[in-house]
Design a protein around this ligand. Structure first.
Ligand SMILES: [Zn+2]
Length: 646
């Protein structure tokens, strides 16, 4: 936005006012102490020698990773060791330095002292004896045992090793300039997958080929007792594999048509981007309800954690099937092409998230489009998914105060802590509202070009360049605009800024209209919507009463300004009875239907803390569920977008 210019006489007056305040000087009260010396900024110079890193990941019962590092140092020169704080793909300072314990450092067999930096608690100052040429660094990563501590990464049957969690590294160098020699000991008999290449393997100890710290942190491991590896691109230019670990052996049953749609995902991505940015790619997939869920992108792999019955109850899990296409797309959008302000030289330089509406928003868009083109989702399921997204964002009134651009600060500001008023506070809305915005762009390119061009052309030009390279290529806002203009000349800067900086009302739904559909509400939910409700174990009444009800009538979401909100209901309140009859979800839905027919008020008996009260809800529009309905007045561009490429 343009900066406002003040008339020069006002500036002069301000200067006089501030000048006279300064003249009073010396206020009463403390003055700040100086900050400690800055930690050395990373330079693009090689660290003199490789760091040996060994991780013992066998203590699965106690969830403890034991780490031993040998870090070459210059004799007598103090060194600062950093624990990774700013994690790629998290877009936030989410490194778990609080989970580091038992840090003891030796040089020449004698213990040396370390002191944590009082300002940057991710930095450890270590004194190096005059005769020492390396440090032996020992510590543990005491990973969460219970979800209340964070994401569980070890269970008796599987584990997820993220190298950034088990590495201390020297300050002063770019991560790509620090060479690492990693090895891991896994529980006996377990198999594993990673984008790292094995150098040697003996018993349960695997040593990997040396890689830079940048690549190491980008190459996590999934390992497990029950494991299956599937070839997703037989005879392809480079290998692509689906590596599955599961809570139980029978969950690894993959039917031929299920394998086929995952293979089609690789083919459709290549047709879209016309390139790949890896030598080999490994999708890591955990089917579990014991290890914490995840979707985290890397250049040559991705971490995906989803429902145990992903394959075995295929029909029930449609809403889990955009995960793999999303994370796979990130190899192009996010890892290879990266916002210039998000790329950082090491893992302790702050990230800026201003372009996440491209990084995550367009990935969310392609995630669903590729899922449809590959057959992971049917056209109907994809339309129903888009309807759900459109309705959700159309009902979130938070945009009145907070624009979409500002939500890109959310990973840093909120770090995914639970929210009471999600629809008002807003969250990481650049994902799914970004998806709607890119549908808007795609259909506009199609309309303006007489359906000769599309966002596919943008994807190929923007993400498809540099085939075979996985050195990140950074971009700024103007580069996005320029490439859009190459595809189809238009005032894209104004178009994008209006949607990023605007305050509504409502979600950007022009893409649905230009796609040949309209968002409508029906009395019965789509199968996709029902599946999503079942998997989340909720009754989703967002578009009728404006609330989502979980087990035993507990409210887990109340939409700001909706009927439930206006009746004074909040998250955490429990519905005990509906119109005088004990609560169950069907009884509540019947009451909503009856109110429409009879005009009666819905009366809830609710419990909040130890207080009971009766709450009347003034709502008579019946059950409402989102759906996309074909509008035959224009071409069905959405159908074209979702059709697989030959
Ligand atoms: Zn993502």
């Amino acid at each position: 936005m343009p900066k406002s210019r003040l008339p020069s006489n006002i500036l002069l007056t301000c200067a006089l006012v501030f000048g006279s305040v300064a003249a009073l000087s010396q206020s009463v009260g403390p003055q700040p102490l100086p900050m400690p010396a800055q930690i050395a900024a990373p330079k693009d110079t090689p660290y003199p020698a490789a760091i040996r890193l060994n991780v013992d990941a066998t203590d699965i019962e106690r969830h403890i990773f034991k780490i031993r590092e040998t870090i070459p140092v210059r004799s007598g020169e103090p060194v600062v060791l950093l624990y990774p704080q700013w994690l790629p793909g998290n877009h936030s300072p989410s490194g778990r330095v609080d989970k580091i314990a038992g840090l003891v450092i030796y040089a020449n067999g004698a213990r040396v002292d370390w002191v944590r930096d009082p300002v940057d608690v991710f930095a450890f100052h270590v004194s190096v004896p005059a005769t020492a040429t390396s440090l032996d660094v020992n510590f543990q990563f005491v990973s969460p045992i219970d979800t209340s501590e964070g994401r569980v990464v070890m269970t008796p049957d599987m584990l997820n090793l993220q190298w950034n969690a088990v590495t201390l590294y020297p300050a002063g160098h770019f991560a790509r300039q620090i060479m690492m020699e990693p090895s891991v000991r896994l529980p006996d008999g377990w198999q594993f997958a990673t984008a790292l290449e094995t150098a040697s393997s003996r018993d349960s100890l695997t040593t990997f080929k040396p890689v830079s710290l940048e690549t190491l942190a980008d190459s996590p491991i999934f390992a497990g007792r029950y494991f299956k590896r599937l070839d997703l691109d037989p005879g392809g230019v480079v290998p692509v594999h689906l590596n599955v670990v599961a809570d139980r052996a029978e969950l690894l049953e993959v039917k031929p048509d299920q394998l086929e749609v995952h293979r089609a995902l690789v083919r459709q991505a290549y047709k879209l981007y016309g390139s790949h940015h890896y030598d080999h790619y490994d999708i890591l997939l955990a089917l579990t309800d014991r290890m914490g869920g995840i979707g985290l992108e890397h250049h040559q792999s991705s971490e995906n954690g989803t429902v145990p019955t992903y394959f075995t109850e295929w029909e029930k899990n449609a809403d889990a099937r955009d995960l793999l296409p999303h994370e796979y797309t990130h190899s192009w959008n996010g890892k290879f092409r990266r916002p210039a302000d998000l790329w950082t030289p090491n893992f302790n330089v702050p990230m800026r998230d201003s372009l996440l509406w491209v990084y995550e928003g367009q990935t969310q868009y392609w995630g669903f489009v590729l899922a449809a083109r590959a057959g992971l989702l049917s056209k109907r399921q994809t339309l129903d998914a888009i309807a759900s997204t459109a309705a959700a964002y159309d009902h979130r009134v938070g945009r009145e105060w907070r624009d979409l651009q500002d939500t890109t600060n959310d990973p840093i500001a909120a770090m995914r802590r639970p929210l009471s008023w999600r629809s008002w506070e807003r969250s990481e809305d650049y994902y799914s509202e970004g998806q709607l915005m890119w549908l808007d762009v795609d259909t506009l390119v199609r309309e303006k070009s007489g359906d000769r061009k599309s966002l596919d052309d943008f994807a190929r030009l923007f993400f498809g360049v540099g085939d075979g390279s996985f050195v990140p290529s950074t971009y700024v806002f103007e580069d996005v605009v320029k490439t859009l203009n190459t595809v189809q000349p238009y005032d894209w800067a104004t178009f994008l800024r209006a949607r990023l900086d605007g305050h509504g009302p409502g979600a950007p739904l022009d893409g649905i209209a230009r796609g040949g559909y309209k968002l409508v509400y029906t009395e019965t939910p789509s199968d996709y919507f029902k599946g999503s409700e079942a998997r989340r174990r909720v009754t989703d009444l967002s578009y009728s009463l404006g609330m989502v009800v979980a087990a035993e009538g507990r409210l887990i979401e109340v939409l700001w300004d909706g009927p439930a909100y206006k009746s004074g209901l909040t998250v955490g309140t429990q519905i005990m009875a509906v119109n005088g009859i004990a609560f169950d979800a069907d009884q509540l839905k019947r009451a909503i239907k009856d109110a429409k027919q009879t005009g009666a008020t819905i009366e809830l008996l609710v419990k909040a803390g130890n207080r009971f009260r009766t709450v009347p809800i003034d709502y008579r529009e019946g059950l409402r569920y989102p759906s996309l309905e074909r509008d035959a007045s224009g071409p069905a561009r959405l159908d074209q977008i979702l059709t697989s490429r030959n």
